[in-house]
Design a protein around this ligand. Structure first.
Ligand code: ATP
Ligand code: MG
Length: 198
């Protein structure tokens, strides 16, 4: 039997406890050998609407977040490929490394209904089992008819990177929403500073 791998993609700007709780619980519930937190190089559906932290900064934060956690890995596969990030390409590359692998694509319920807008969604469906995790504020979100998927319930944490960036900018507490290693990484790299800090 091949390896069972969870593929959890994101912008991770920054990675927070919501991501980590999803990743460890998906690993446990689905008996995955590893969960890859795949940092998007250029998340094309987002990069057109706001300025993002650099891919290397986001990768460093994800590395800090998973350091020392069994079975969770930061993946730079999309950074190394470069260009616009398509999940279909990432899944195909992971399959090509070892065709005996079983791939599980983990997405939050807020992202699930958008799956058909992803590039080559039909390939995504063929390459991986889609696993939809409940997310507060988007509990009803699911892929449209015709998509096969399974649901996974994890502890509900109403945390988002959008809210965390706003917290950084106006100085509200971050503690317990991000790991201390991620907070240190953000400070060391000078990320999310508002113009008022200069
Ligand atoms: P942003 O607010 O910038 O969109 P985000 O918090 O949604 O950031 P992303 O990097 O966009 O984080 O999310 C990556 C994946 O993690 C997506 O599949 C998303 O649905 C899922 N996710 C993010 N936060 C949570 C959470 N609190 N609970 C469950 N799933 C989550
Ligand atoms: Mg998001």
């Amino acid at each position: 039997m091949g390896e069972r791998i969870g593929v959890f993609g994101g912008t991770f700007d920054p990675p927070h406890v919501g991501h980590l709780v999803v990743a460890v619980n998906a690993r446990h519930a689905l008996h995955l050998d590893r969960v890859l937190l795949v940092v998007a190089h250029d998340p094309w559906q987002k990069s057109q609407t706001r300025a993002l932290s650099s891919a290397e900064d986001r990768y460093a934060m994800v590395q800090a977040a998973v350091a020392g956690v069994d079975g969770l890995e930061a993946s730079r596969i999309e950074l190394d490929r470069g260009g616009v990030s398509y999940t279909a390409d990432t899944l195909a590359a992971l399959r090509d490394e070892d065709s005996s692998r079983a791939l599980f694509l983990i997405v939050g319920s807020d992202a699930a209904s958008g799956l058909p807008t992803w590039e080559r969604g039909d390939e995504v469906l063929k390459l991986a089992t889609v696993v939809v995790v409940n997310r507060p504020g988007a509990e009803e979100g699911k892929p449209p008819k015709g998509w096969s998927w399974e649901g996974l319930v994890t502890p509900r944490l109403e945390v988002s990177s959008t809210d965390l960036r706003a917290r950084f900018a106006d100085g509200r507490p971050l503690d317990y929403l991000l790991t201390t290693a991620v907070i240190e990484c953000i400070r060391a790299r000078g990320l999310y500073r508002s113009a008022a800090d200069d």
